[in-house]
Design a protein around this ligand. Structure first.
Ligand code: ZN
Ligand code: ZN
Length: 132
């Protein structure tokens, strides 16, 4: 039984519209506070502002200058679309997976955003180095 993220009440699975079926595995509604929770489908990882691994969803990916000969390249229709749309080659160090993505890295977005009063959670310094 899933619980409401707001009030801890019991969630009830609700009917999805035709359009929502494409985006969500399930949609739950809280009986108590009417809060709605969405369970996104996996390909939703391709949406959003920052580049992330299509397999594990981490934001800690690096951009590659050229294709790595050892690690596999993500095979998938969406990956192909990303490449055709001008996506750059990225690499997930956890999955050892290469993939194409058009979006900026989360560290780049954080760097572009106005400074927030909190210590940096990511360390982009090791990713900025190139071995060219
Ligand atoms: Zn609730
Ligand atoms: Zn990954």
């Amino acid at each position: 039984m899933r619980k409401c993220g707001k009030c801890g009440g019991r969630l009830r699975r609700t009917h999805r519209t035709f359009k929502q079926r494409f985006s969500y595995m399930a949609i739950y509604r809280c009986r108590e506070c009417k809060n709605i929770e969405f369970v996104p489908r996996r390909y939703q990882l391709h949406f959003g502002a920052a580049c992330r691994c299509p397999k594990c969803g981490t934001f800690r990916v690096v951009r590659l200058k050229e294709r790595d000969r050892i690690d596999p390249l993500h095979t998938g229709f969406l990956n192909l679309l990303e490449k055709l749309a001008g996506g750059k080659l990225h690499h997930c160090r956890w999955c050892r997976l290469q993939f194409y993505d058009r979006r900026r890295l989360a560290s780049e977005i954080a760097a572009a955003a106005p400074p927030v009063a909190k210590p940096a959670a990511t360390t982009p310094t090791d990713e900025a180095k190139s071995d060219a």
